[in-house]
Ligand binder design. Structure first.
Ligand SMILES: *Cc1c(COP(=O)(O)O)cnc(C)c1O
Length: 485
């Protein structure tokens, strides 16, 4: 039974008017957009000019839903980066599958409050099921718990808050109650992601307190140095962070021996596995994360390699009680701490939260273990193809051996060996490639050299997209070099 609209007595009152049209508009625009997705430019030249159409003061009388949505589509779509397209290799940006897109629309349709069972049994149960399936997918113990997060930054923060709580309890302090009266020692290698620094800063540990134990100029953890540092703590508890998949070249810390050291020296091992944990989904790659079940917490991104729309990630932990003690505070109007229903809002910084489980559940239900495995193996094979081309081309130089889905290389024409000129040339190539708009990827400094670092995670990417990436770089590089750079 449909209810009558609220009486529209006040000027501008919100009504149901335009609902059918706007939903149809979005559906039609989506179908059209997705039909052209393979051919769209990755990056829009002069975004400022197009964005000027949105300028203006706050409307007194609104335009109504239909005109607003029409403007968003007509003026917005042409300036949106084509980050869901097959040739967007910057950062580690996943695409969107049909199941995930539809489930994400469903999320806004039912707009569930995923703090507690009392807000949404549906969201709570599907989050519980998604966590169980994800633990299985990543080969983590079924007895562990977890919670969905906005991404790996929050995942790292949530896990490290659990680690901080554990450390405090080892030292006789309930940090959730008393605050951070002392800081835990934190040990990590050079792959440590900026998000982990961010998380430790938020948690009051402080970025400068991280003891970095790096084996070489590419960042891998120095195991003997880690053991000496743990020994020097004389049995006192500490936190160790391992990175599974560094965004420069897909490097992995030695997880199994780090887990062994953590066990021996009373450390909480956390693994930042934002995209690298997906190695567990492919039998030939699973050795990269062997031993992860010996950690105490693991964070992953689902909006990267699982191709769920932003924002989506997960934090897994061997014992959820540390999270509850870090994050939960009781109030009379909230469910009891011992409520038998799942209340995921007890385990994370947010209270009101989006029901992120819907697209996660739908992805796993729609494509299954095989679908994720095919996605991981397929993109890794494309990365191998790219690495092989970078190695074979006379004017390209592969800078790190390929092992996952990130390929680190640079343009290096024969005869040009001046380090500063090579850096300058590669910086300029990168700028031009982005303006060009056929492909898009990030640049970095790897072992001191300016380098390209495309990462492959999108289910839409095919061999011809990778081949185009190589030919665009060689074409633009050749032109700039001929111009005397
Ligand atoms: C992307 C990434 C993060 C941060 O994840 P967000 O989803 O951007 O918050 C953390 N660690 C690693 C290794 C990453 O690649």
């Amino acid at each position: 039974m449909s209810k009558p609209n609220l009486p529209a007595r006040r000027a501008g009152a919100i009504t149901d008017e335009g609902r059918e049209q706007v939903l149809k508009l979005v559906e039609a625009a989506a179908q059209e957009h997705l039909k052209q997705i393979d051919d769209r430019r990755t990056w829009i030249a002069e975004p400022e000019r197009l964005l000027a159409r949105f300028e203006g003061a706050l409307p007194e009388a609104g335009t109504g839903a239909e005109r607003a949505i029409r403007q968003l589509i007509d003026d917005g779509l042409p300036v949106a980066t084509n980050s869901i397209g097959p040739r967007f290799f910057h950062f580690v940006v996943g695409g969107v599958t049909p199941a995930a897109l539809a489930a994400d629309w469903f999320t806004s349709l039912v707009d569930q409050m995923a703090y507690a069972w009392a807000g949404s049994p549906l969201a709570s149960r599907l989050e519980q099921i998604s966590i169980r399936w994800l633990l299985d997918l990543f080969g983590l113990p079924a007895r562990w718990g977890g919670v969905l997060t906005t991404g790996a930054t929050t995942g790292n923060m949530v896990c490290l808050a659990g680690a901080r709580q554990w450390w405090g309890e080892q030292e006789g302090i309930d940090i959730g109650e008393e605050g951070l009266v002392r800081q835990p020692p934190v040990l990590a290698g050079g792959y440590l992601h900026p998000s982990a620094y961010k998380a430790l800063a938020i948690l009051g540990v402080g970025r400068a307190r991280i003891q970095k134990l790096t084996a070489n100029d590419t960042g891998a953890t120095d195991l003997p140095a880690l053991e000496r540092a743990l020994q020097a703590l004389g049995g006192k508890p500490s936190i160790v962070i391992a990175t599974a998949g560094d965004p420069n070249a897909g490097g992995f810390d030695p997880i199994e021996p780090m887990a062994e050291l953590a066990r021996r020296y009373n450390a909480w091992l956390h693994i930042d596995g934002a995209f690298g944990m997906f190695a567990a989904c492919a039998p030939d790659l699973a050795h990269l994360v062997r031993g992860a079940d010996g950690a105490r917490s693991v964070s992953v991104d689902l909006h990267k390699w699982m191709n769920v729309p932003y924002d989506s990630g997960a934090a897994f932990i061997h014992d959820l009680r540390y999270l509850a003690r870090a994050f939960h505070h009781q109030a009379d109007y909230l469910p009891d701490a011992d409520d038998p229903h799942p209340n995921f809002g007890f385990l994370v910084p947010e209270m009101s939260r989006r029901a992120r489980a819907f697209p996660v559940w739908a992805t796993l239900q729609a494509y299954g273990r095989q679908g994720i495995r095919a996605l991981v193996e397929g993109t890794v094979a494309l990365a191998a193809r790219l690495a092989a081309q970078a190695e074979a081309a006379p004017d390209l130089e592969l800078l790190a051996p390929h092992q996952l889905n990130a390929v680190c290389f640079r343009y290096h024409p024969p005869g040009l060996d001046d380090a500063a000129r090579l850096d300058e040339l590669n910086t300029r190539i990168h700028e031009r490639v982005i303006e060009d708009g056929r492909v898009y990827f990030g640049a970095t400094r790897y072992a001191g050299r300016v380098a390209f670092r495309p990462t492959l995670v999108n289910w839409r990417t095919r061999e011809e997209d990778v081949d185009l990436l190589v030919s665009v770089i060689r074409e633009i590089g050749g032109r700039l070099h001929a111009e005397g750079l």
